[in-house]
Write a protein that binds this ligand. Structure first.
Ligand code: UGA
Length: 429
C-alpha cells in the first residue's frame, strides 16, 4: 500500500519505518525541514532501540523516504496517517491545533479518494471534527474516509511493540476503509478490533488511564507494605499470578511520568468533566502519583537530615528505561526538588544525558555510572535501567562518604545490600 505518515516523532517515525519494513511504500512528511534533512542524511532525532537499523535498511530499499511537504506526501499516497503532537493546555485539556492544521493541509492536497487515519492520542469525537474540517477545506468533491487507529506502543520498546502488537484497533464510520486497513496491518498478524470512531478514540485514553491506575494502586500498596513490614514485590508477584490481574505495571517506585500517562490522565479527567462526569477515581490516581515522589524525598531527608550542601549521586534521568526521553521524567523532577533543597548532584544516565542537559542545569554530568558515587553522601536510583543492577557495588560503597543507597525503582535485593554494608532504602520493602 502507498502510505503517507505525517509527523516524525516517536509514533510517526516508528510507524513509518515499521510499515516500510512490512513491505509498504512509505513517505514520512514533517514540516520541520531540519529534521527531514537529518533523516535524509541517515541521522536519528530520537533514541529508540532497533529504529535506526529499520530506517536505514528501508531507505536503501527505496520503501521509505522523507519530505517536508505534506502536500507531496498526500498526493503520492492512498492512506494518510496523522501522528502529530497533541500537547496539554494549561487547564489539562488537549491542544488539537496541530491536528486541525494537518487536516486542512490534507484537504487542500487531496485530488482523489483518501483514507485519513488518526494515530495521535485525541479526545473522543475528534474524528468527527477532522471529517468536518476536511470536508470544509477540500476543493471540489473528493471522497475520503476518516479512521481512528490509536497507537499502543511503549517508548523504548516501540519497534518490538509495533511489529508484534497485542491488538490493532480500527474505528470507522463506514465499512469502506476496513479492507484497506486490514491490508495495511495484515503483515503484523494481530487481532483486529473494528469499532466506531468514538469507541476507538476512547479505548486509548481508557487503556492508558487504567495502566496508570495499576501503577498508583501498587504505589499505594507500597505505603501499606512499608508500614506493616510486608514486601511490595512479593505482593505484586502474588497478585500478578492471577491471570485476571497480571504482573505487568505493578512495579512500585517513584511513580509514572513521560509524555503520555500524565498528559492523558489530565485530558481524560477533562473530557469526562466536559461530558458531565467527575472522574474522581483518576484524580486520586494523580494524587497518589504525586505523593509517591513526596514520600521518597522525605525518606532521603529523614536519613540525611539537612540536604543543603550534601552531595547526592543520581542514577537515571530518562522517564524510564531504554529511552532518551526526559519529558515529565520523575528522575528529573526528583533532581530539581533536591537542587531546590540545596543539594549538589552528580548525575548519570546511559543515553538521556544529552537531552537532560537542556532541562537540568547546575549538576555534574558523569559519563561512567561507576564514578557517580565518588565523594557523595548517598546514591539514588531514579530510573529502572537494568544496567544499574550491574553497578560495581563494593566500589560505590568505598567511594561514598556514607554507604547509603536510596533505590526509587527497587533494583537491588535488600538482603544483599545489607551484606555489602549498605544502608539501603527502597520502596515498599
Ligand atoms: C505508555 C503506554 O504504556 C503505551 O501503551 C502507550 O502507547 C503510550 O503510553 C502512549 O500513549 O503513547 P510509555 O509512556 O512509553 O507508554 O511508557 P510506559 O512503559 O507505559 O511507562 C510509563 C511510566 O510508568 C514510566 O515513568 C515508568 O517508569 C512507569 N511505570 C511503569 C511504573 O512506575 N511502574 C510500572 O510497573 C510500569
Amino acid at each position: 500500500m502507498k502510505i503517507c505518515m505525517i509527523g516524525t516523532g516517536y509514533v510517526g517515525l516508528v510507524t513509518g519505518a515499521c510499515f516500510a519494513e512490512a513491505g509498504h511504500q512509505v513517505v514520512c512528511a514533517d514540516k520541520d525541514q531540519a529534521k527531514v534533512d537529518l533523516l535524509k542524511a541517515g541521522g536519528m532525532p530520537i533514541y529508540e532501540p532497533g529504529l535506526e537499523e529499520l530506517v536505514q535498511a528501508n531507505t536503501q530499499r527505496g520503501r521509505l523516504r522523507f519530505t517536508a511537504s505534506t502536500a507531496e506526501g498526500v498526493e503520492s499516497s492512498d492512506i494518510v496517517f496523522i501522528g502529530v503532537p497533541t500537547p496539554a493546555l494549561p487547564d489539562g485539556s488537549v491542544d488539537l491545533s496541530f491536528i486541525e492544521h494537518v487536516a486542512r493541509e490534507i484537504a487542500a492536497a487531496m485530488t482523489s479518494y483518501k483514507i485519513v487515519v488518526d494515530k495521535s492520542t485525541v479526545p473522543v469525537r475528534t474524528g468527527d471534527k477532522v471529517a468536518e474540517t476536511i470536508k470544509r477545506y477540500c476543493k471540489g468533491r473528493v471522497e475520503f474516509d476518516v479512521v481512528s487507529n490509536p497507537e499502543f506502543l511503549r517508548e523504548g520498546f516501540a519497534v518490538e511493540d509495533f511489529m508484534k502488537p497485542d491488538r490493532v484497533v480500527i474505528g470507522v464510520r463506514s465499512p469502506r476503509p476496513v479492507e484497506a486497513m486490514r491490508q495495511v496491518y495484515a503483515p503484523f498478524h494481530a487481532p483486529m478490533l473494528v469499532t466506531d470512531i468514538n469507541s476507538a478514540e476512547l479505548i486509548k485514553h481508557a487503556a492508558n488511564s487504567f495502566l496508570a491506575l495499576k501503577i498508583s494502586y501498587i504505589n499505594a500498596l507500597s505505603v501499606i507494605c512499608e508500614a506493616s513490614g510486608a514486601n511490595v514485590l512479593e505482593v505484586a508477584n502474588g497478585m500478578g499470578l492471577d491471570a485476571r490481574i497480571g504482573r505487568q505495571f505493578l512495579n512500585a517506585g517513584l511513580g509514572f511520568g513521560g509524555s503520555c500517562f500524565p498528559k492523558d490522565l489530565s485530558a481524560f479527567i477533562k473530557i469526562a468533566e466536559q461530558i458531565g462526569y467527575d472522574f474522581r477515581l483518576l484524580k486520586e490516581v494523580q494524587r497518589i502519583n504525586a505523593d509517591q515522589m513526596d514520600r521518597f524525598i522525605k525518606k532521603i531527608a529523614d536519613t540525611l537530615w539537612v540536604l543543603k550542601d550534601k552531595t547526592l549521586g543520581v542514577l537515571g534521568l530518562a522517564f524510564k528505561q531504554n529511552t532518551d526521553d526526559v519529558r515529565m521524567s520523575p528522575a528529573i523532577g526528583l533532581c530539581q526538588r533536591l537542587l531546590k533543597e540545596g543539594a549538589r548532584l552528580r548525575v548519570h544516565d546511559p543515553v538521556a544525558m544529552e537531552k537532560a542537559r537542556t532541562v537540568l542545569t547546575g549538576v555534574t554530568y558523569v559519563a561512567d555510572m561507576n564514578e557517580v558515587a565518588e565523594g557523595c553522601d548517598a546514591l539514588v536510583v531514579a530510573t529502572e535501567w537494568p544496567q544499574f543492577a550491574q553497578l560495581d557495588l563494593p566500589r560505590a560503597r568505598a567511594a561514598l562518604t556514607h554507604p547509603i543507597l536510596f533505590d526509587g525503582r527497587n533494583l537491588f535485593d535488600p538482603a544483599e545490600m545489607e551484606k555489602l554494608g549498605f544502608i539501603y532504602k527502597s520502596v515498599g520493602r
